[in-house]
Design a protein around this ligand. Structure first.
Ligand code: ZN
Length: 558
């Protein structure tokens, strides 16, 4: 058997650089194109496992270094494909796509990617994208959620919206369409209990309400509109097919009564349309040409089509793609609301969340989401994001331009003897690939190291990164200057007595206290920097404390 070691290492490294972590399952299929025989799988698997293990243990810079000489072994990068597939039935200048959030929660990364996909298609066809706030659940929808959604879309994602509308403002029209549906004999008033109806739908049996005449249904409908029956006692159902294989077609509820104050229309309406009803109509009457949606809505599509057919409404072109979900992070509005309300999370922008607010506050740029959207495109299978994927894309985008800084977590003071007295400044490079430096003041007698570096290196000779060499005492927090020669000894981040207090909010919600280079005072709020040997962080706030300030950062990613 041919030696596949180098090739496996090359694939594993590229995978690790793209996704933050190697998945062994991604490597084996690639090897067949390089002549691996099926009979050799048993021999090759332990080798893959071993190499994946090694690569996962490497730091990012070590991965980059190791990948360089192996890159030429691999065929052109398949994931480089940046253009989305063409839309069916799309003509230049006429495409209209829509963003249909319900203002009952804040947006997460899945919404963000889907909205960017819609915006990207509209733009590439010279068309437009509209925002439609689907606010037909007065018990859950609020203006505050609507405002937050608009902010996320216009300020963070920077999508240019042709219009912003609220479905509830179309209520007169939606009520008219309901009457038309009844007149066509495709809707009926049902007075059965929920339990009864669940049994009927399960058994595929029709209820007695279904046979009422159009005239009688219209009379009941008028009473229903006035709220005469009370919530839960009557609904308008679609007259579908109670034995249909697709259960959505088994006489779904289209309108229900809700006793709640709507944030825009107060108590003006007693009844409200369900998702399939307003969605079907709005997509058609708003002039939406292309509905791009995840295939979890596939079953509902048939009902929406039937409603439009009954009302002689235009059918938009529907394009489905796999659902975007995020591994291990909660995206459910209800769960997040509970975590926020109980105080366990600091808000909807808590760094443990993948809401757009959280990503924005951590310093993930919208370009990262655009790159991810191009990467997943219109894949049919569910796409499960892991945060390391977001981090890997972001790192690739920002690494070359992000300034380096020093942050020493849990700093401890080390007394230094023997350092040249003339040494009062040290130049820190702004970036390893750039000649510019920042000059930091130092006192030759004292440096700060992190508690963990001290534990690791006491008794040994270390190099203060970008500075000089020091032999640490084995027990006492002291060190002796040795030289400035750049030799193969551990390089340790450090700061001087002029360093400023700083803290970083990590992605597990905990704070790490420390000290940061004095030059941090020149940073603008919102700037992302890379703390060497620590990770990318965004300056979030400068808080007054005593006579000075504490610089608060949010951890962006490693
Ligand atoms: Zn009934």
């Amino acid at each position: 058997m041919e030696d596949f070691t180098k090739l496996i290492r090359a694939y594993a490294l590229r995978n690790a650089l793209d996704f933050g972590k190697v998945d062994a399952g991604r490597i084996l299929p690639k090897l067949f194109a390089h002549g691996l025989e099926k009979s050799n799988i048993g021999t090759i698997l332990p080798l893959i496992t071993q190499i994946v293990h090694e690569v996962n243990a490497l730091s990012i810079s070590a991965r980059e270094k190791a990948f360089g000489p192996l890159a030429s072994l691999l065929p052109e990068h398949e994931e480089k494909e940046k253009t989305l597939p063409p839309l069916p039935d799309a003509r230049q200048g006429t495409v209209v796509t829509r963003l249909p959030p319900e203002p009952s929660k804040h947006l997460h990364v899945g919404h963000g990617l889907s909205f960017l996909l819609n915006a990207d298609y509209a733009r590439s066809y010279g068309g437009k994208v509209v925002l439609r706030l689907e606010d037909c659940n007065p018990e859950k929808c609020t203006q505050a959620y609507a405002d937050s959604i608009i902010r996320d879309i216009t300020e963070y994602l920077q999508i240019h919206l042709a219009s912003i509308s609220y479905v509830s403002d179309d209520m007169p029209q939606l009520l008219d369409y309901a009457v038309r549906l009844i007149q066509k004999g495709e809707g009926y008033m049902c007075f059965c209990s929920q339990e009864q109806m669940r049994d009927f739908r399960h058994a595929g049996k029709e209820c007695a309400c279904r046979t009422a005449s159009v005239e009688k249904t219209l009379i009941h409908w008028r009473d229903f509109v006035e709220g005469l029956y009370g919530p839960g006692n009557a609904v308008l159902r679609h007259k579908g097919d109670m034995s249909h294989d697709n259960h959505v077609m088994r006489d779904s509820v289209l309108w229900r009564e809700v006793d709640a104050i709507h944030f825009r229309h107060k108590k003006r309406y007693k009844i409200w349309p369900m998702y399939d009803f307003y969605n079907a109509i709005e997509d058609s009457v708003m002039g939406v040409t292309h509905v791009l949606r995840s295939n979890e809505f596939h079953q509902r599509g048939a009902l929406q089509q039937a409603i439009r057919l009954a009302l002689d409404l235009r059918q938009p072109t529907v394009v489905e793609y796999g659902r975007f979900s995020v591994a291990e992070k909660t995206t459910k509005g209800r769960e997040i609301r509970e975590l926020v309300e109980s105080g366990a999370y600091i808000g909807w922008d808590d760094p443990r969340l993948v809401t757009l607010q959280a990503l924005r506050r951590r310093g993930i740029s919208k370009e990262v989401l655009i790159a991810l959207m191009h990467q997943v495109g219109l894949k049919k299978a569910e796409v499960i994001f892991e945060f390391p994927m977001i981090a890997a894309v972001s790192r690739k985008l920002i690494d070359a331009t992000t300034e380096r800084f020093t942050f020493v977590p849990d700093p401890i003071e080390i007394t230094v003897s023997g350092a040249p007295t003339g040494l009062t400044e040290i130049a820190f490079p702004l970036h390893p690939n750039k000649p510019e430096t920042r000059t930091e003041r130092i006192t030759p007698g004292v440096v700060y190291l992190s508690q963990s570096d001290w534990e690791l290196y006491k008794g040994k000779e270390i190099r203060l990164l970008h500075g000089y060499n020091l032999r640490l005492h084995a027990t006492k927090k002291e060190g002796t200057y040795t030289s400035t020669e750049n030799k193969a000894i551990p390089k340790v981040t450090w700061v001087s007595t002029f360093a400023l207090p700083a803290r970083v909010l990590m992605d597990d919600g905990t704070w790490v206290e420390g000290k940061v280079l004095e030059d941090v005072a020149s940073l603008k709020l919102g700037t992302v920097v890379q703390f060497e040997r620590f990770g990318f962080c965004k300056l979030d706030k400068v808080v007054k404390k005593g006579t000075g300030h504490v610089y608060e950062f949010w951890f962006t990613h490693p």
